[in-house]
Design a protein around this ligand. Structure first.
Ligand SMILES: [Zn+2]
Ligand SMILES: [Zn+2]
Length: 341
């Protein structure tokens, strides 16, 4: 089968490899779609827990074509998506029922073979039926699961005022969850007018254009329109310059949420006095585990809408172009690798 294989950071080829054989508790999936996201760019650079050699791709869906001898709950031909996390079950955190902090956190497409390949194996207990969802929508289930985990972290109260920076695909999903789960003022700040328009419509949010070279513009507009600030301020850009600004928009008692992935070596400066005096809470939201069920339900019920979110589609052979589009390209919303074409 064809697969993207990294030998090390920034060193990959699209090459022929053996189709993997499922263990008795695993299934083999013929991949239909696999989303490309900023995390794949971090993995490309050897960050974000990446281990090599590696076939990346953690947002994949497809059809079950082989079932291990001990698997009874998944059938041949099932249209499925895979929760890409693999947790050891016996480390300090697993034993405390905090599996997201598993010390042996494995993730398909990060440190185990993922979905930028024609076939992938997965443990049967991580496989979910996608029901009536299309494979395009199914490529957004993993990002939606991460947004659901974000909501768990944020612990939104009905009527909270929320400000979010960033209009990437997970941001667009998170904005809809924030609207549906009880935000009152919901304001999204981003630099791309097309994405701002999309998130504004999908999440019924007020949108403010950001000029990346003149932060004063959106700052002044926010301060003027929302002088009391926000209960929750979310950075979904992963840009430290934006993250650095977040505390000043928070109300007293407000929450700052680090949701976007920054570079590992990035740092910001915080005023401890401001945190102390305003009683700010700084929260991190990392990936997800056990959120697929809720994500699939929200997508099936149409409470989160990802139809029309895919703007760019590439062959597996064009992985390089797909990655470049996500890392340095302009004008995209969601980029996927489509194995069906
Ligand atoms: Zn992702
Ligand atoms: Zn563990």
């Amino acid at each position: 089968m064809k697969a993207v294989v990294y030998e090390g950071p920034r060193e990959f080829s699209i090459t022929e490899v053996t189709i993997p054989t499922p263990d008795p508790n695993q299934v083999l999936i013929k991949v239909a779609t696999c989303g490309v996201c900023k995390t794949d760019v971090h993995i490309h650079n050897g960050e974000f827990l990446a281990e090599f050699p590696l076939t990346p791709g953690h947002e994949f869906a497809g059809e079950v074509v082989q079932v291990g001898t001990q698997v009874a709950d998944v059938q041949l031909g099932d249209r499925v998506v895979v929760d890409n996390t693999i947790l050891c079950g016996h480390c300090y955190y697993c034993k405390r029922s905090q599996p997201l902090y598993c010390k042996n956190f494995y993730s398909l497409g990060v440190n185990r073979p993922g979905g930028f390949a024609e076939y992938v194996v997965a443990n049967h207990d991580k496989v979910f039926s996608i029901g009536s969802l299309s494979f395009d929508e199914a490529a957004m289930i993993e990002p939606t699961s991460c947004a659901i985990h974000g909501m768990d972290v944020i612990d939104l109260r009905p009527g909270d005022d929320v400000l979010m920076f960033g209009t990437g695909p997970t941001g667009i999903v998170l904005a809809q969850l924030l609207r549906y789960c009880g935000a009152s003022n919901l304001v999204i700040v981003g630099s791309d007018p097309v994405k701002l328009d999309l998130v504004g419509r999908l999440a019924r949010a007020d949108t403010i254009q950001m000029d990346r070279s003149h932060y004063d513009f959106h700052t002044q507009e926010l301060m003027k329109k929302y002088p009391e600030g926000f209960d929750v301020v979310i950075d979904a850009t992963g840009a430290v310059q934006v993250l650095q600004q977040c505390p000043k928009f928070a109300k007293f008692g407000g929450k700052i949420v680090v949701y976007g992935v920054t570079h590992e070596s990035d740092t910001i400066t915080l005023s401890p006095y401001e945190i102390f005096h305003k009683e700010l809470k700084i929260l991190g939201s990392f990936a997800q585990t056990h959120c697929f069920d809720r994500a699939i339900k929200y997508l099936q019920l149409g409470l989160v809408n990802v139809k029309g979110i895919i703007s760019h589609r590439f062959h597996l052979d064009q992985f390089n172009e797909a990655l470049e589009q996500v890392s340095t390209g302009k004008g995209h919303v969601k980029v996927i690798v489509d194995m069906r074409q």
